[in-house]
Design a protein around this ligand. Structure first.
Ligand code: PPY
Length: 285
């Protein structure tokens, strides 16, 4: 049975995304950090890993992107788009603690960023402290019931740790969603067909010259290859040098995408193929 590494402990959004991977039999294994999750799959401790890569409000999850780009050699096999709603949870003894007396609010940096307006307005005096995951924050609050603390996280995660909901839907946009990637070394058998597909490439400019990026984009545009996302991340070799993470809004074909990659290489750019994969938009139920 395939195993999927995810950012734990149980009750995280990553777990909710992993549960939605459309493979009939799977076992989930939790790890404490995103690098640990990716390394588990890279070293073969698990068959796959699932990582959050981009959020509708906060944008890229840089740690996940950078580890995927630089530290492991994994391919992308599927994308799961999960709606994200955060609630504010407290331990049972704090169910009536007035908001101005809540001293600390814990959560993952992404969840804090996705709820920043709410936190500033409703808890201007609270100390906001980042944790490795939202479920880690929920657990911390549950383990310290006598402290006037709260956590932002997933409703089902909060139920698992016996917490009480004080406010629901605190994220700064009702359409909040996160893209998760399923990555591994060997493609899964039996993923169902999807309406949408994507292809992801990493392009590093060979050398910098006026119009270098425009040249790269031109290789796609004249072939009518539509890009749905382009992000630059540091190459980490020196300041000011970037790798472009490029999503194409369709699956790889026999002619146009391979030709674009060949042309980019002939022009002296580095190209890495990260995968061509189905996109599943799921409900969080
Ligand atoms: O901390 C979690 O629960 C995660 O899985 C990371 C995350 C945090 C906030 C939104 C989406 C993913």
């Amino acid at each position: 049975m395939p195993t999927i590494a995810y950012l734990g402990p149980p009750g995280s959004f990553s777990e909710a995304a992993a549960l939605k991977v459309p493979l009939p039999d799977k076992t989930l294994v939790d790890y404490p950090t995103i690098p640990d999750v990716l390394e588990a799959a890279d070293l073969g401790h698990t068959t796959f890993a699932i990582i959050p890569i981009e959020n509708a409000i906060e944008g890229s999850v840089n740690l996940a992107m950078d580890w995927l780009i630089h530290e492991v050699r994994l391919m992308i096999f599927a994308e799961i788009v999960l709606p994200i709603a955060h609630g504010l949870y407290v331990a049972p003894p704090q169910r009536e603690t007035p908001f101005p007396q809540i001293e600390k609010i814990f959560s993952h940096g992404q969840a804090i960023a996705q709820s920043f307006r709410f936190l500033r307005r409703t808890f201007p005096h609270a100390q906001v402290e980042p944790t490795l995951s939202t479920s880690e924050a929920l657990r911390l609050v549950a383990e310290n019931p006598d402290r006037p603390w709260a956590a932002l996280g997933h409703r089902r995660g909060a139920e698992r740790y016996g917490l009480v909901e004080r406010i629901r839907d605190v994220q700064d946009s009702p359409n909040n969603a996160t893209r998760f990637l399923l990555v591994g070394h060997t493609p899964p058998a039996g993923l169902p067909p999807s309406e949408r597909k994507k292809t992801t490439l990493l392009v590093t400019l060979g050398r910098d010259f006026p119009g270098a990026l425009s040249q790269v984009l031109h290789c796609f545009s004249w072939r009518a290859i539509n890009l749905s996302r382009i992000e630059s991340r540091p190459t980490k070799r020196r300041l000011g040098s970037y790798v472009f993470y490029i999503d194409i809004d369709r699956g790889v074909d026999d002619v146009l995408i391979p030709a674009a990659m060949e042309e980019l290489r002939a022009l002296g750019h580095e190209v890495r193929f990260l995968g061509s994969y189905p996109v599943y938009e799921v409900d969080d139920d």
